[in-house]
Design a protein around this ligand. Sequence first.
Ligand SMILES: [Zn+2]
Length: 292
Amino acid sequence: MINALTIDVEDYQNVFARDWLERDGPPTDAVVTNTRRLLGLFAEAEVRGTFFVLGEVAEGFPQLIRDIASAGHELGVHGYYHRQVFKLTPETFRKEVADAKARIEGLIGCAVMGHRAPAFSIMPDTRWALEVLADVGFRYDSSIFPIAGRRYGWPGFRPDIHRMTLEGGGKIIEVPLSTVSVLGRKLPSCGGGYLRHFPGFVTRWAFRQVQRARPAVLYMHPYEIELSPPDIETSHLDAEAAHRAKRFHRLQLRNRHTVEPKIRALLSAFQFAPMREVIEQVLPNDAERAAG
Ligand SMILES: [Zn+2]
């Protein structure tokens, strides 16, 4: 069983400042440093994956995008400014994903097939996003968590990689994020905060559970391996907002030192490939059609 290795390329300081500090600005070069560290780790382990990149990161750091591609990895789109789908209208969503896709394609000289929404924000209420993605020319999406989550999720969504024919007639392949059942409840298991906070053996157990039925989808962010990011400045916020921002930031930093060793252990225990190759393995005809 070959699993999908995926990386959501965004700059922590930039996205954190926008979401929590009411401050907008361009991504910082920490995203370059951290992504290059991940590239080094993957080169050492001889694995390739899919990097879902923000349009603003591609805009600010074009050489990074070219270097990801020339190391043999697949590139996909992770929105333009990391705004969750439910904060956008269908028109602004279309503009963001189309602009990011065109920008990345211009840098690497080949078609971008895949999309992952910021914060897994394709849910029943934002299912229209799939229609837009199909229409803009994406072949697959990997944004849906088939769980009833607090911040995201689509309860009851089919957990396998599968073709969808959309209400408007468009077609797209969905690669849902991996979950495991624990005491009758479906939980996310193979990336992000779950990778950071669960002991390594729990994640490896979850991987084996997922692999009984389907390829697992591992996801991570370059900033998760950055051990000492700069302090955050909250003096311009009211006390409540400052408190919430600091609490979120503390939680983001917790267990970061465990992430790199956990990734190394997963890369040596399991087989990984870019998402487009994993799809090819499960739905061979679609991949041929997409490549042709
Ligand atoms: Zn993200």
